[in-house]
Ligand binder design. Structure first.
Ligand SMILES: [Mg+2]
Length: 372
């Protein structure tokens, strides 16, 4: 049986053995089918691993259940979940990304059998323990390697994310994502997958990043918002030798770079199962130099850098076929999703505060003036 380390506050029904909390539902006669369990592999220690925390609602599609909860309440929701316990959830927006992380891990384990420098996926859920059983069944059904559950049960999310030394947190709940970002943890909001999702590689993880307010701080974005495009170009030219401050996802790019170097060290640069992309609205000639020089000053690089000079990002992303694309502006997130790319929103920086609430009644959460 798979062992599940969870971080739920222990209850009287739980037993604690050597610091590992085992939930009351874990020892019950589950409906797990041993034939579909993934081969047991040891989880790496958080200080060695690249920890990716994903909420159950982005890893799996739980729309129907969410609707029941919102329309009929907790009791009907739980009843439905228990009645459908053996029915696996279908993949959600983060699913192909997590599968790709596992493909990278498989290659790392081949090259470095003893190393714990691997991706470690932690499933975050504030669901009731009864739903945990359906989640375990689903993980086994899809043959995912997820050993850690974090059942927050209404407790502070940040404490758990910090305890796991989380390198990236993905959730459907933008409030939790904001909370994580404010605590200095790389985080992004994910949405229902595009109806016609672009097919992605099963052997190479591809991650695409916007520049300003994602990898970089929003300092240049502020100039653009306050003074317009010409002043922005002027400013970037004048400051091209001054590196930008880091943005919320710089650390995650750094983690990817660390793993890439492990492949390079074994002569696998051309066959590296991780590929990264900078996809920015900056234009190469006038403002791209500062972006590239900043990455270089950090000792980082992306495999490809695309300067779109304000052109839509969706068509380019459709060619790149990333498992995930991060942008701070909903305009770009939506544009990418319309063409089939799974795009995640990083609610960080000046753009989030820009929208006057009266423009949309606050319903857009401040994204309605995303136009750059
Ligand atoms: Mg941006």
């Amino acid at each position: 049986m798979t062992s599940v380390n969870i971080s739920q506050t222990p209850t009287s029904q739980d037993t604690i053995t050597k610091g590992t909390v085992r939930a009351s539902w874990e020892g019950t006669d589950t409906l797990l089918n041993p034939s579909v369990l993934t081969k047991h592999l040891k989880s790496p220690k958080p200080q060695n691993a690249i920890t990716i925390a994903v909420s159950s609602r982005v890893l799996f599609s739980m729309n129907k259940e969410q609707q029941i909860y919102e329309q009929k309440g907790m009791e009907d929701y739980l009843k439905y979940q228990i009645e459908h316990e053996t029915e696996p959830f279908s993949p959600g927006p983060a699913f192909p990304f997590v599968k790709a992380l596992e493909a990278v891990n498989a290659r790392l384990r081949e090259l470095y059998p003893e190393s714990e420098e691997l991706f470690d996926v932690v499933l975050m859920t504030n669901n009731h323990a009864h739903v945990g059983l359906r989640l375990i069944n689903t993980i086994n059904h899809h043959q995912l390697f997820i050993e850690r559950f974090c059942m927050t049960g209404g407790n502070s999310l940040i404490g758990y994310l910090k305890a796991y030394q989380t390198n990236l947190y993905l959730s459907a709940d933008h409030m939790k994502v904001r909370e994580a970002l404010e605590a200095g943890i790389a985080a992004a909001t994910m949405f229902n997958p595009p109806e016609k999702r672009t097919e992605v590689s099963e052997t190479q993880l591809r991650v695409a990043f916007d520049g300003d307010a994602v990898l970089f701080s929003d300092e240049s974005e502020r100039i653009f918002k306050a003074h317009g495009l010409d002043k922005f170009f002027e400013h970037e030219k004048a400051h091209e030798d001054m590196p930008l401050d880091h943005g919320p996802l710089k650390g995650f790019l750094e983690s990817l770079g660390k793993l890439q170097k492990k492949f390079y060290a074994k002569g696998q640069r051309m066959d590296c199962p991780i590929r990264t992309y900078l996809v920015t609205s900056r234009s190469a000639a006038s403002s791209g130099t500062r972006a590239l020089k900043t990455l270089r000053s950090w000792g980082l690089e992306t495999d490809e850098a695309l300067f779109l000079a304000g052109a839509p990002k969706g068509p380019m992303l459709d060619k790149i076929r990333p498992h995930i694309f991060f942008d701070d502006q909903m305009f770009h997130v939506e544009g990418a999703a319309q063409l089939g790319t799974v795009a995640a929103h990083v609610p960080y920086g000046v753009t989030q505060k820009w929208a006057p609430e009266e423009a949309c009644g606050g319903e857009c959460l401040g994204y309605c003036t995303d136009t750059k």
